[in-house]
Write a protein of this length. Structure first.
Length: 359
């Protein structure tokens, strides 16, 4: 198939540091190329890929000191995508909903994976208006709050050899991701202190969360058990996660997926996670980690983490969350979407346009 992948421009593909969506787009793109498909990636110019790269901006927007207007550059990228859409069998978007009005006028099958939380109030009327959009969720819990034309749930996947299996249990807990209110680093610090095990923190602080970091988190970093290491790149995560006793994932929000959980599992490192959002779909309780409901359960799980077989944890990753499995699932969606388009009766553009709700 001739496939276009359309990535956000905030980070390169893959990102140099933090960046979940762009990282998943990279794994999917490279897996599709390995499977023999003709893939074109629309992304920032500092991206690295074996696909054909169509750069929409010279460098990823977050790392550009000029702080460029993200809407300007995404608008120009989408114009380029739709000018070339006829060259593809399917166009796969990962940019939220900016492209929806243009999809209505495109004859090439288009698919959107929604990577973020979907329980925000304005998303419901948006998706009622654009109810014909073909959507994929990254977990079943993610889509539960939003009615739409859901074609599938496709969990994220990682290249099998990206992370090595680490057989030995480490001496510290790990926290990986963003420092923000919903990620609850404060809980992770309290768990580590309760069991007397060091906590290493690899995380970024977005500008929007800087006040929260200064007010709520920075005072907690003075603990002798806590070490803040800042933002890690891809090359450093294998050792960071693989040498950990467990990944602490003490979230307090409807997590759409949680890539860090499967990154840890790929290393054989179990996960201790709150029962929120996608967690029960990702972590197999007692196999790849412990799912908890409160702080008492979390502290008990931290003390019992040695009961988790690290080899079984790695096998759980290989069984469910590889990049090739993700690519194969998407290829099935692409094929179904293309077949549905081919089965449509010939009609002019007006007849192809979606029905409007009555006023």
């Amino acid at each position: 198939m001739k496939i276009a992948q359309v990535a956000p421009l905030f980070e390169s593909v893959p990102p140099q540091g933090y960046g979940g969506t762009e990282r998943v787009v990279s794994y999917l793109t490279e897996a599709l190329v390995e499977l023999g498909h003709d893939v074109t990636l629309f992304a920032s110019g500092d991206s690295r890929t074996r696909a054909r790269l169509v750069p929409a901006v010279e460098r990823s927007l977050r790392l550009d000191p000029r702080q460029p207007d993200w809407l300007v550059w995404h608008t120009m990228m989408l114009d380029r995508v739709f000018s070339l859409a006829a060259d593809f069998d399917v166009v796969h978007f990962h940019v939220d909903f900016l492209h929806y009005p243009l999809v209505r006028r495109c004859l090439t099958p288009c698919l959107t994976t929604l990577h973020g939380r979907l329980d925000l109030p304005d998303l419901a009327p948006l998706h009622r208006h654009f109810r014909e959009q073909a959507l994929v969720s990254v977990s079943n819990s993610q889509r539960a709050s939003l009615a739409g034309r859901w074609l599938a749930t496709v969990p994220h996947g990682l290249p099998t050899q990206l992370y090595r299996f680490h057989r030995r249990r480490g001496r510290y807990f790990a926290f990986l991701g963003r420092i923000s209110p919903e990620k609850r680093l404060d809980r992770a610090i309290r768990i580590a202190q309760a069991v007397g095990v060091p906590l290493r923190i690899a995380a970024k602080v977005d500008r929007v969360d800087s006040a929260y970091f200064e007010r709520e988190i920075k005072p907690l970093l003075d603990s002798p058990l806590v070490r803040f290491e800042g933002e890690l790149g891809e090359a450093d995560k294998d050792a960071f996660l693989g040498n950990a006793r467990a990944l602490l994932f003490p979230i307090d929000w409807p997590e759409p997926f949680g890539l860090a959980m499967i990154e840890a599992m790929a290393c054989g490192t179990p996960v201790i996670a709150w029962r929120c959002g996608s967690v029960p779909e990702v972590v197999e309780h007692g196999v790849s980690g412990w799912i908890v409901n409160d702080m008492d359960q979390a502290v008990d799980a931290a003390r019992r983490i040695g009961e988790i077989d690290r080899a079984a944890c790695r096998r759980a990753f290989e069984r469910r969350f590889t990049a090739h499995q993700m690519a194969e699932r998407y290829l099935a969606v692409y094929a179904a979407l293309s077949a549905a388009r081919r089965s449509e009766p010939d009609s002019d553009e007006a007849e192809r346009a979606p029905h409007r709700e009555p006023r």
